[in-house]
Write a protein that binds this ligand. Structure first.
Ligand code: ZN
Length: 395
């Protein structure tokens, strides 16, 4: 607990507004003189008796701006250490003090809201943040926190309301987030068979973000459900053209749509694959080529791709095909299987998606990053292009 006291000082300083211009030494000198009980409280901290220290701090009859600042710093520190119950006790006590300045009370309310969020008490946190917005205190941060709560609770309509308030307050538009909220509402409508409701939400998403790829994707699925294969193919191909990230999401539905249309899947996939490096597209194309033109043609196709792109999944399929191909000298199969084992081992450890914002790695597409909560930042990890002589570049 000794480190708690010393940690407290930098936390207080880092918190900006209340210690920005003050000398920590002056604070240490002033506090014990003005508040003898404070020194005892700090001693309890030094003696690793945090609950005794908190009891003493909470019993102080007078909480002026100086002591309130230290309470805030202490509460914030406990929360950061994961000791949310202690943080809540401190911040609750502060909020209940009648003579606190509006600004300090607002800060204490915000901190208490953060504590409640940390403890998973989202309803209580929501009430506090709403109170702050009503009071006009720390409105922007309170609205951000409310947006996070509503996102966690998947209350997309409320997310839209808060986003509109944030846009007004900051003057900054949030088209990506708002389009995703409409898409979430569209997916909910689809789940309850409300096609008309889903279409309304998708048109709203488009109004906010005209090139919203998620809306295009959902429109494609709805077109396929309506047996409008031509429209579905057009929409899914538009999604694929937007990049490798979205290919796995729509590829099976795209192939089904092309088949329903009675057109050649290989021709469609070849055209799409010429425009980008998506390994999923190449794997699907390779499978189709193997079925229609034979394994040699599929091997040639994959070899051409691997000459340009260093992708493990395509390499794995290539080696698998090779291990099942001709074996004139009796060794080719064994060698291919050894290489296949290595490729499969490495493939299992490879992440397929990553967040461009925080670096989070995932094996499935997330519209909202599970780590940093950003929308639309999770993208496919693309294969590196092969440049020149790969072996020579290793020297
Ligand atoms: Zn992230």
């Amino acid at each position: 607990m000794i480190e708690l006291f010393f940690l407290l000082l930098p936390v207080a300083a880092a918190s900006g507004w209340w210690l920005a211009r003050r000398d920590i030494r002056r604070k240490i000198n002033v506090l014990p003189a003005a508040h003898p009980d404070f020194l005892r409280g700090l001693n309890y901290l030094l003696e690793e008796q945090p609950d005794k220290a908190i009891d003493l701090f909470l019993r102080l009859t007078e909480v002026d701006s100086e002591t309130a600042e230290t309470h805030l710093a202490l509460g914030s520190l406990f929360r950061r250490r994961g000791e949310v119950d202690r943080a809540i006790r401190i911040h609750q006590n502060l909020v209940e003090r009648r003579h606190l300045s509006p600004e300090l009370r607002g800060f204490a309310l915000f901190e208490l809201g953060q504590d409640y969020m940390g403890a998973g008490l989202l309803d209580r946190a929501e009430t506090l943040f709403q109170e702050l917005v009503t009071l006009g205190l720390h409105s922007q941060r309170a609205l951000q926190a409310l947006r996070e709560i509503y996102q966690r609770e998947r209350e997309w309509g409320r997310c839209l309301e808060v986003a509109a308030q944030l846009e007004t307050l900051t003057g900054q538009k949030m088209p990506v987030e708002i389009a995703h909220y409409h898409c979430e509402l569209a997916e909910e409508a689809r789940r309850r068979q409300d096609t008309a409701g889903a279409r309304v939400q998708l048109s709203q998403a488009r109004r906010i973000q005209c090139d919203c790829v998620r809306a295009t994707m959902l429109e494609g699925f709805m077109a396929l459900e309506d047996n409008d294969a031509e429209q579905a193919v057009a929409l899914f191909e538009r999604v694929v053209e937007r990049g490798a990230t979205y290919v796995p999401e729509v590829l099976p539905a795209l192939i089904e749509s092309i088949e329903r249309l009675g057109e050649d899947v290989v021709v469609h996939l070849e055209t799409l694959a010429a425009g980008q490096a998506s390994p999923h597209l190449m794997l699907a194309l390779g499978e189709r080529v193997e079925q229609t033109r034979g394994p040699e043609a599929a091997l040639d196709l994959l070899a051409d791709y691997l000459a340009r792109w260093a992708d493990l999944a395509v390499l794995e399929r290539f080696l698998d095909l090779r291990a099942r191909g001709p074996d004139p000298d009796g060794r080719a199969h064994r060698y291919a299987r050894v290489a296949l084992g290595v490729a499969r081992h490495l493939l299992q450890r490879q992440s397929v998606y990553h967040c461009e914002h925080c670096g989070f790695q995932a094996r499935a597409l997330h519209w909202q990053c599970p780590s940093c909560r950003s929308w639309g930042t999770v993208v496919a990890v693309l294969p590196d292009p092969i440049q020149g002589d790969g072996a020579r570049s290793l020297v």
